[in-house]
Design a protein around this ligand. Structure first.
Ligand code: HEM
Length: 183
């Protein structure tokens, strides 16, 4: 029984790694993937623009997608996914700690819980789009769904704990230490 469960978790990680390796083989994948993902994201969540420093005061127009700050962020975001995927498996404690901190930073810049499932759906649609249905099958979709669920739950846990500490008047965790706290 335990063996069966361990095997299915292994499958999830394998499926995510396999599909991600294929994305990484695409030309200029960092920028292309990040841009495609955020194009979708801003379509389904137009308000999400406002949480990005380079998005404030702008409309969801083509100029924005050429903004060097946006392109830089799109590349960084893909790199971050890359890192998180690399970390899946061997040392979950480390990845959980980092996601918790990233979650706190996100709540401070104005990312709201609703944005997470939207981002998850956009991520999966972007993968499906880039890889095609032959490569990105139902089980890959499920594996990514479970993985994104884990990442966003861990990030939100960090954000909620941070809020709780504040409400209780406790000390701040990582106050001001994230590079991009803008609010
Ligand atoms: C599992 C989901 C997510 C992960 C793992 C993640 C990860 C990250 C990381 C690592 C950074 C820091 C990049 C850097 O400074 O080098 C970042 C920045 C940021 N993320 Fe996310 N993110 C996620 C979801 C979201 C969502 C849903 C939104 C909102 C629409 C969002 C908005 C932002 C913003 C506004 C920044 C700061 C941008 C800047 O200062 O240039 N993220 N994210």
């Amino acid at each position: 029984m335990h063996h069966f469960i361990a095997e299915s978790y292994f499958d999830v990680v394998t499926n995510v790694n396999d599909t991600w390796a294929r994305v990484k083989a695409l030309p200029n994948y960092r920028e292309e993937f990040g841009v495609a993902l955020f194009r979708r994201m801003f379509e389904v969540a137009p308000d999400a623009w406002t949480v990005f420093p380079w998005g404030r005061g702008n409309k969801n127009d083509e100029d924005m997608f050429k903004n060097p700050e946006f392109l830089k962020f799109a590349r960084r975001f893909t790199e971050m996914l890359d890192m998180a995927i690399d970390m899946l498996g061997p040392d979950m404690e480390l990845v959980e700690e980092q996601l918790t901190d990233i979650g706190i930073m996100h709540s401070r810049v104005g990312v709201v819980p609703r944005h997470y499932p939207l981002m998850g759906a956009c991520l999966i649609d972007t993968l499906a789009d880039k890889l095609g249905p032959e490569t990105f099958t139902r089980r890959h979709r499920d594996a990514w769904g479970a993985t994104f669920q884990f990442m966003s739950t861990t990030m939100l846990q960090g954000a909620f704990d941070d809020m709780k500490r504040k409400l209780e008047g406790g000390g701040k965790k990582n106050g001001g230490s994230m590079r991009h706290s803008v609010l």
